[in-house]
Design a protein around this ligand. Structure first.
Ligand SMILES: C[S@@+](CC[C@H](N)C(=O)[O-])C[C@H]1O[C@@H](n2cnc3c(N)ncnc32)[C@H](O)[C@@H]1O
Length: 327
């Protein structure tokens, strides 16, 4: 008999469950549905349509809330949705749009523009401004957008997923209108400190040293100010600007605004450390579940220690595609 009330049969095998194999085999049997997802041993939900390696971060409601909060932190930090000097953009693309919150705000800000957000996962809301739409797509594949089409192409915090920046930016260059802008916002995969309060064994530093190691191992080494500038230059963009901003972690800053940003970053970090760390540590560095969870947990706890004056380095880099008369 099979009904939902029948007793669940117990597996007689009581040896330690091989999570790694189960994760891989469950992705191998995926159907083609873009909504297919799998659960990690950390209890988080991951989309897997393009393969679990593409985006190492979960895409569940916890992560969606985190992304929306991150958007708010970026607005507090930068005051603007973009730094590029846009005039009257008609076509805007957001690469790796996440919950689409930036794209929706841009559609509201520029009601005459059409805004498209693309992402590996369909986690965007259905009710959006009429001039905003979303598509499921892998930005690392060949782009099918028209050449010289977008006035503005934007990507924020996608570096953990991008293995080939030159290819991505050369496609962005082709699809950008002459005179249009490409803008990248990324935080460098490290913690920084100006006053010697970050010892080598600081749990946040330990976390980021390991995360950088994991991402380098899979050919996604993260960005630096220099790499952002060079990648934009190599793709052909001109008038490149890179703006570095310190994003405090925790309540340690005296300045009220910076304290608020630090506290929001700390709240965001409560789930961010797990989101970025868990799959990176277990799947890439081969750690066990308990070890990976402990490193994330220790980093979360360290954020509330106001004797540690750590911050992230947040970089916005933008460049302009030369106008036709400049070529
Ligand atoms: C950390 S989230 C940032 C989301 C959004 N940009 C924001 O700032 O709120 C990274 C997003 O990039 C998406 N992503 C990663 N690699 C991608 C790719 N190759 N093509 C399209 N989207 C990608 C992920 O699915 C995820 O939603």
């Amino acid at each position: 008999m099979s009904s939902s009330s029948s007793q669940i049969e117990v597996d007689s095998d009581t040896s330690d469950y091989d999570y790694e194999t189960s994760f891989n085999s469950s992705t191998a049997s995926l159907t083609s549905s873009i909504n297919e997802y799998i659960f990690g041993a950390d209890g988080r939900r991951y989309h897997a349509y393009f393969g679990p390696e593409k985006n190492l971060l979960p895409t569940d409601e916890i992560e969606q809330d985190r992304l929306d909060m991150y958007h708010e932190i970026m607005l507090q930090l930068r005051s603007e949705l973009h730094q590029s000097p846009l005039a009257e953009p008609h076509n805007i693309l957001d690469v790796g749009t996440g919950t689409g919150i930036w794209a929706i705000d841009m559609a509201d800000k520029y009601p005459m523009a059409q805004v498209i957000g693309i992402d590996l996962t369909p986690i965007q809301p259905k009710w959006v401004p009429p001039n905003c739409k979303f598509e499921v797509d892998d930005a690392e594949r060949e782009w099918t957008f028209k050449p010289d089409y977008f006035d503005f192409i934007h990507a924020r915090t996608v570096s953990h997923s991008i293995g080939d920046w030159p290819k991505l930016l050369s496609q962005a260059y082709i699809c950008c209108k002459p005179g249009g802008f490409v803008e990248l916002l990324e935080f460098e995969m490290a913690t920084f400190c100006d006053d010697g309060t970050m010892a080598d064994d600081n749990p946040m530093k330990v976390f980021f040293d390991l995360l950088a190691k994991a991402l380098a191992k899979i050919g996604r080494p993260g960005v630096t100010t220099a790499s952002l500038r060079k990648n934009l230059e190599d793709a052909g963009f001109v008038d490149i600007n890179v703006i570095q901003t310190k994003q405090p972690i925790g309540a340690w800053p005296k300045n009220k605004r910076m304290k608020q940003i630090g506290v929001m970053t700390m709240v965001n970090g409560e789930t961010a450390f797990n989101a970025y760390g868990y799959q990176s540590f277990t799947r890439i560095l081969g750690m066990g579940h308990d070890e990976a969870e402990k490193i994330c947990k220790d980093a979360v706890e360290a954020m509330s220690n106001r004797n540690y004056h750590l911050y992230f380095m947040n970089d916005v880099a933008y460049g302009r595609k030369p106008r036709e008369d400049e070529c």
